[in-house]
Write a protein that binds this ligand. Structure first.
Ligand SMILES: NC(=O)c1ccc[n+]([C@@H]2O[C@H](COP(=O)([O-])OP(=O)(O)OC[C@H]3O[C@@H](n4cnc5c(N)ncnc54)[C@H](O)[C@@H]3O)[C@@H](O)[C@H]2O)c1
Length: 416
């Protein structure tokens, strides 16, 4: 097996993969269309990556095993990690993937193996990718070798999860599967399972649809519980004592790139009621920022009020705002006539917390970042007289008796 590899798309997924492959002994070229990123990789000075990635990047560049380029680079193993966002009308936008496949195709030689890591609708690897590779390379379509291997990892623990998670590899033949598997086994300690490309694509999308549906169950129970005045957090705690029940925590919505788009990718090509559960889960979770906005609006005593949203990341502990429910909440509140201030300790966003609190009428905790733990003690009397709203289920109403009003998503409203 040759030990040369090109990774096309050196972002949150591609660069960690490239540095791990370099550490395992591969000679890696990271190809990206962003010249600033390419220069930063070459200088081992990339910003915005996790500390473990930065450390491995230092090692990889110093060892000479990792270089970077804006140009497609021939290698027997080509991995594609470019983004696959949603189009404005809610479909998979595969333009970057097609462009990357054409670029890889322009340097593809007979026998090279192309592994796609980009999240895609089922059938894309053997369809769009293989077609683009054949067209750009001029090679016979039947000789193009493609495989698919998705990433499933927790932001903040990228390197640890790349190494320890189980990995699925989908390929068209046993030989291609074995070759891709051998590459991943060079750094993966978890199980590596080989299957066909469509199953591997389906597995990735199913995992995130599963998460989205389970969060939607929690949010659905929250919405129903409101009508009966039940505290859904307490109900969940008790229900989870059942040995076969494991309700997730409800919240202000679902964000991040993967959970908001993968269920939609999964429904690609599905007609009628077959995808109903998956589609409804999406719409329940998408509705939550509007639900929170209504609750905050109900708590306010004047319009416009200035609402300070604490936490703009899509979930606790991450610095990523993509598809964040907090930003959607900001839009909803503005549509209701309120002013919105944004603060986040991890992204980071906003100014000094105490001075922002002084400008606010309402304090709305949306994300339970560690830095917001003990919020009441941090703010002291600065929060007295404010309206306080908790969308995270982590604030204790007893701490906020000096607030003008206190409300919490999923708990019966406390009267002023
Ligand atoms: N980030 C995650 O936690 C995560 C987890 C699982 C799966 N994924 C999937 O991995 C894929 C990549 O995501 P990401 O988070 O790394 O994206 P990203 O935006 O962080 O990085 C993508 C990189 O690709 C480059 N690029 C785009 N088009 C290109 C082209 N045609 N040629 C060369 N470079 C190109 C961009 O400049 C960018 O540097 C997506 O499909 C995503 O859904 C991401």
């Amino acid at each position: 097996m040759s030990n040369r590899l090109t990774v096309t798309g050196a972002g949150r997924i591609g660069l960690p993969l490239a540095v791990l492959a370099a550490k395992s002994g591969y000679e890696v070229v990271a190809v990206d269309r962003d010249p600033d990123l390419v220069a930063a990789i070459g200088a081992a000075a990339v910003t915005g990556q996790e500390p473990e990635v930065a450390e491995l990047l230092d090692e990889a560049v110093a060892s000479g095993r990792l270089t970077a380029s804006t140009e497609p680079t021939a290698a027997p193993l080509q991995v594609i990690c470019v983004p696959s966002p949603l189009t404005a009308d809610g479909h998979a936008d595969l333009a970057a993937l097609e462009e990357a496949a054409e670029s890889v195709g322009s340097v593809l030689r007979d026998g090279d193996l192309v592994v796609v890591e980009t999240t895609v609708p089922v059938g894309t690897t053997e369809g769009l990718v293989r077609t683009a590779l054949a067209k750009a390379s001029g090679l016979a379509p039947e000789s193009i070798r493609v495989a698919y291997s998705p990433e499933r990892l927790l932001p903040g623990q990228t390197i640890a999860e790349l190494i320890s998670n189980a990995r699925v590899v989908g390929a068209m033949t046993d030989a291609d599967g074995a070759e891709a598997e051998a590459f991943y086994r060079s750094f993966v300690q978890g199980e590596v399972i080989t299957t066909d490309t469509a199953t591997a694509e389906f597995v990735k999308l199913s995992e995130n649809a599963y998460r989205d549906i389970n969060i939607a169950i929690a949010n659905s129970l929250l919405l129903v519980a409101r009508a009966s005045g039940v505290d859904v957090h307490e109900a969940r705690r008790i229900a989870n004592l059942h040995p076969r029940v494991e309700l997730l925590a409800p919240g202000p919505g679902v964000g991040g790139h993967c959970l908001t788009s993968d269920p939609i990718f999964l429904l690609d090509g599905t007609e009628g009621p077959d995808g109903e559960l998956i589609a409804s889960a999406r719409s329940i979770n998408d509705r939550m920022p509007a639900v929170v906005a209504q609750e905050i609006d109900t708590l306010t005593t004047r319009r416009p009020s200035t609402v300070l949203i604490l936490g703009t990341a899509y979930k606790a502990g991450v610095g990523d705002e993509r598809e964040s429910p907090s930003l959607a909440l900001g839009v909803e509140l503005e549509a209701l006539g309120h002013r919105v201030l944004l603060h986040d300790t991890v992204v980071p966003r906003g100014d000094d917390l105490a001075s922002m609190v002084r400008d606010a009428d309402v304090l709305a905790l949306l994300v339970a970042h560690d830095a917001y733990a003990g919020l009441h003690d941090q703010l002291g009397q600065a929060s007295d007289g404010l309206i306080v709203y908790d969308a995270t289920g982590t604030l204790d109403a007893a701490d906020w008796t000096a607030a003008a009003r206190f409300g919490a998503l999923g708990r019966p409203q406390i009267a002023p």
